[in-house]
Each structure stands twice: as C-alpha cells, then as structure tokens.
Ligand binder design. Structure first.
Ligand code: F6R
Length: 590
C-alpha cells in the first residue's frame, strides 16, 4: 500500500534522501510518486505517475532539510499526476502526504468548497491541507490546526504535513502505521522501516490516536485528543541491512523463497515455555478462532488440519474480512489467533477489535516486530522470517505454519517431538533447494508458460496449499490459476479440463495419498497434463517434482516448489514478480 517517508534535521539533502527512501518502499506496490521540499519559505512539489526507480535522487539535492514523499497506490481518483501526493492548500503553504481513506471526505470537501476552497484532484487527501489552513485561521497554530482537523476526519489515516512558516515535520495517525527513525542528524518518519534503514536502526512507534512533532533536534509525542504528552521507548531493529536487500538474486521473491533454507528453523526456535503457555491458552479457551488474509489465511486454514490431526482440537478458521459476523460466537473466554506477516493488515486489525470488544483474548503470530498487531495483541509470537519485501508472501507462510504446528504439538503434550519434526523438515528443505532442483522447477515453468489456465488439487493440509498455490501463480504470473480440494473436482471443476491443461497435484505419503492419486488419474483421463509434487513418483504424473517425505509437515515442503514455479512463470512471461499489478505488500485499507 502507499509508502510515506519524511525527514527533518541537520542534513541539507533531505530531497535526495527522501527519494532514495521512497525507492526502498517500492516493494509495497504503487502507481505514482511525489515529493515536497521546504526551501527557505517555499514548498516545492514534484510528482508524477509511474515508477520512481528511474528518478535520479541527485536532482533533488538542493539545499533542503525538511522534505516529505509518497508512493501512491490509487484508491480515490485515477492514476494521474494531479492525484499523486503530496497535496497542498490553495496558497501552497501546507503540503501533506497520506495513507488510508478519509471516509467523510465528500462532505468535508463540500463544506470547504462553500468556504471558497478550490481543489485540483479527485483525492480524499487533498482536503487535509485545506482543513489545516481553515483551522489555522482559528488557532493560529499549525499543530493545533492539525489536531482539530483530525477530530473531523472519519476513517483510517496516517499523514505527514509541513508548513512553509515552520521547520517542523508533523505526523498524525489513526489506523495506518507510522514509524519514527531516530538518526544522529535528525528524525525520519515512514510507513515502513526500509525507508530509513540505511540511516537509523533505532525506532519509535507512533500509536493510533497519536501525533508527533519534530524539528529534527527534539521530538514530542502527544495524544490527538487530549494534548497529553506521551513518552516513547527507543527500540533497536534486529535485522540487518543485507537481510533487507536482494543480494545475489535478481528478485526479492526468489531470494525469499531461498531464505526458507533457514527461516523455518528460525521460526521453530521459539521459547518453549511461551509455546506451552499459549497451548494452555488454547486448551482453556471456550472457542478458538484463527484469522488472517490471503496467504496468511491459508496458513490458518492449514492449521485447522494441524490441530485436528496432531492434537485433536477443534479450532475455527475464517478469513479476517469475513470475521465480522462471527462476533456472536465470541465470549470473554474465547481466544482469537491472528496471523499476519506485516502486522498491519486492516481486516485483521478489525477482527482484533471485534474480539477485544467481546472481552476475548488475542494471540498474534506475526513477522514484523513492533507492528500494530504485534503491539496490540495480548500475546504475540514472532516468526523471525526476516524482512519480506516481495509483494508475494513466501517465507512468512512457512514460518507461520511452523509456529502454528509447534503449538498444535505442544497442545498434545509433544512439543519436543514437534520441534524435531519441524527441524528435520527445515533441514530437508535446505537440501532440496539446491541449484539443480531450482533449475528443474524453472524447466517445468518453461513447459507451461504459454498456458492460459492452471489447476491445483490437494487434500487435507494440501488443500489450503492448493488454494495458496493458486494465489501465488495468479498474483505474479497473471495466469488464471485455481485451487481445489481433490474430492471436489467431480462436483464441477473437472468440466474445465481440456487436452493439455496443466494440473498440479500436491501430495504426501499419508492416509489421503490414494484419494489424491485417483483425482490425478481423473484429470489425466480428461487430457490434463499432470505435474505431481510428491515424495514418490506415480504413473499418473507427466512431470514429477520430488519433495522430501515430511509427515505432518508435508504442507510446508510441498508449497515451496510451487512458489518457485510461480516465480519462474512470472519471469518467463516478462512480468516483474516483485511488483505485481494492482497489489500492495501491506494492505492497510479495508
Ligand atoms: C499473497 C500475499 C497476501 C498477504 C495478505 C495478508 O502473496 O502476500 O495475500 O498474505 O495481504 O498480509 P499480511 O500477512 O501482512 O497480513
């Protein structure tokens, strides 16, 4: 989703610094960019549609020590230079960049227009500088006018604002994330840490309903409602700059697929006492619910099978966006487990609010430490996958599944056995992801790259992996892909199979193996080209992608070659797998 980055401090190259920082937020997905630099008592704004990667940061190095920038992912208004941020008031004394959606912007815009304000864009954001200008007439003060404006806004927002008459950078937040980087020469404020990682490794988090004002030397956090000053801890970032870079790989997606050689073992390396405590929380809960979105939702869905098979415990999965009407089931004794890579997904945050309003406890399993979900949950476990920057989630999925499986084993009093199974699987994955294996998966992608449709089948925990396979293939290669429970084929989808249609069958060496082989044979009989992802070959397969036999952890193993297949399909079809169209890394709007 949109990226925000601003700087104020002693450096006089704030413009180029902000452009470089925005380039580090490209992975979030965007369609236009822009920057506002304050020089002397003027604000100069430059913005355009398209990619920022080709923009030379040196062109923005003129004497400036306060700048804000933005990468926009269009919501209100099309992709045009006028709609790109920053937006300014009529006299161009106030500039604003914004994430989120102001739900009552149409009414506010009409009110402002009736007072003579003129607008140049179709965005909700443009009302912010106009509102601030309007309230400054009352308060005479920039920051108080921002607070008053926030009172009038409905919906979720995070914005940065600057004013020609002041050397301060102001940020306000209700819903969308903002993080402050504490540097030696000033302060950075961004929607995500990679924007300023090269300059600062100490962060402070702005929470919902808060505002921060800094002139680069001092910083003041306060409540948007009460003016009360708020003290903040400084937290050190644990991951390295290298971890957040592509290194030898052409794309983040491939790097992150390969990272699974060690990221699963890191996820398993949890504090045992904490896992036992969480298993107890599930044991004692009157109803446990699991929610997440997209790929994280598939980790939740796979976990229903983990809890059923490993610990014979019933947990209830729902996509976070569908959780609203489940509140009837929630009680103070219920437990909600939320799963998220970014820890900022709006639908997941809403599910948490619903659970909290019923007095239920929330357990979060997240990747990004310090994210809103991490901080707002009653208990939180980190999967320690390291930064995931490709829009398509890969290593976070296997990290989430590993932690959930560990809890399922702990619930059955077998935490040590669970650790052993998962660490052995991690080591098998390390061996599997060798260059020859990856080349083989690439050759399979080459064989099917021109196909229009692709189907994936699985059963038990391989069923959510079939759904996840479809997401991966759709989002990066734009091939029409659909996942099914193998047993559902004959109830409809088999009608879609034609001569040569590629069909992936995910299987393990388990009690449902024969069922899924039968499904693969049914597909083959209708002309399907069968790609079997399994520990053993089978005569129904036209191509066999071998995976290690992993027992209860088979889902973690089987999904990895599909991630690689999706990656190579994208590259061979000339698409950028790191920045798929219409998608954003962190979905902070509903
Ligand atoms: C797909 C993908 C998305 C995310 C979803 C949830 O590859 O990345 O489906 O899984 O938007 O995001 P998080 O995990 O950050 O809550």
């Amino acid at each position: 989703m949109c990226g925000i980055f601003g700087y104020v401090g002693k450096r006089n190259d704030a413009g180029s610094l902000v452009i470089d920082g925005l380039k580090n937020l490209e992975y979030r997905g965007y369609d236009s960019w822009g920057i506002a630099c304050k020089t002397d008592s003027k604000v100069s704004i430059e913005k355009d549609i398209g990619k920022i990667s080709s923009i030379k940061s040196e062109d923005f190095s003129s004497n400036c020590s306060l700048a804000i920038g933005h990468t926009r992912w269009a919501t209100h208004g099309g992709v045009t230079p006028q709609n790109a941020h920053p937006h300014a008031n009529g006299t161009e004394t106030i500039a604003v960049v914004h994430n989120g959606i102001l739900e009552n912007y149409q009414q506010l815009r009409r009110d402002l227009e009736s007072k003579g304000h003129e607008f140049k864009s179709e965005t909700d954001t443009e009302i912010i500088p106009h509102m601030i200008e309007e309230y400054m007439k009352e308060t005479g003060d920039f920051t108080s006018a921002i607070k008053k404006s926030c009172e009038a806004f409905e919906g979720r927002f995070a914005f940065l604002a600057l004013h020609t008459e002041s050397n301060t950078l102001v940020a306000a937040r209700r819903g969308s994330p903002l993080i402050i980087g504490v540097g030696e020469d000033g302060y950075f404020i961004a929607s995500d840490i990679p924007a300023f990682m090269n300059h600062s490794r100490l962060v402070q988090y702005l929470d919902d309903g808060e505002m921060v004002v800094t002139d680069g030397e001092s910083i003041l956090f306060s409540s948007l409602k009460t003016d009360e000053e708020i003290q903040k801890r400084e937290i050190e970032i644990t991951w390295s700059v290298e971890e957040a870079q592509k290194g030898e790989y052409e794309h983040f997606m491939l790097k992150e697929i390969m990272d699974q050689k060690d990221s699963i073992a890191r996820a398993v390396n949890q504090n045992e006492e904490q896992i036992e405590t969480l298993a107890d929380a599930i044991r004692n809960a009157k109803g446990t619910f699991l929610v997440g979105c997209g790929t994280a939702a598939k980790a939740c869905m796979a976990s229903e099978y983990f809890f059923s098979v490993i610990s014979q415990k019933h947990v209830n999965f729902a996509p976070a966006s569908e959780f609203k009407l489940y509140h009837h089931f929630l009680r103070p004794e219920s437990l909600l487990i939320v799963v998220s890579q970014s820890g900022e997904t709006a639908d997941v945050l809403e599910a948490m609010q619903i659970a909290k309003s019923k007095g239920s406890k929330v357990l979060a399993i997240v990747n990004v430490e310090g994210s809103t979900i991490d901080r707002e949950a009653d208990y939180s476990l980190l999967i320690n996958a390291g930064p995931e920057r490709a829009v398509a989630s890969t290593k976070a999925l296997t990290g989430h599944m590993a932690v959930l499986m560990l809890i399922a084993y702990a619930l059955d009093g077998k935490l040590k056995e669970g650790r052993k199974v998962l660490l052995e699987t991690a080591s098998e994955i390390n061996d599997m992801l060798n260059p020859r294996y990856v080349d083989f998966v690439e050759s399979v992608a080459e064989r099917i790259q021109d196909q229009k449709d692709l189907f994936i089948i699985g059963k038990s925990w391989n069923y959510p992996m079939a759904l996840e396979s479809a997401i991966k293939i759709q989002e990066v290669s734009y091939v029409h892909a659909e996942g099914f429970a193998g047993g559902e084929l004959k109830h409809g989808p088999i009608a879609l199979i034609e001569e040569g249609t590629p069909c992936i069958a995910l299987m393990g060496d388990d009690e449902v193996k024969n069922d899924i082989i039968s499904n693969a044979i049914e597909l083959k009989a209708r002309g399907g080209f069968i790609i079997g992802i399994a520990p053993e070959n089978n005569e129904s397969f036209d191509v066999w992608i071998k995976v290690p036999e992993a027992g209860t952890a088979q889902a973690l193993v089987n999904i990895i070659p599909v991630q690689a297949l999706a990656y190579f399909l994208a590259v061979k079809r000339g698409k950028d797998p790191d920045m798929p169209r219409n998608l954003a890394k962190s979905v902070t709007v509903k």
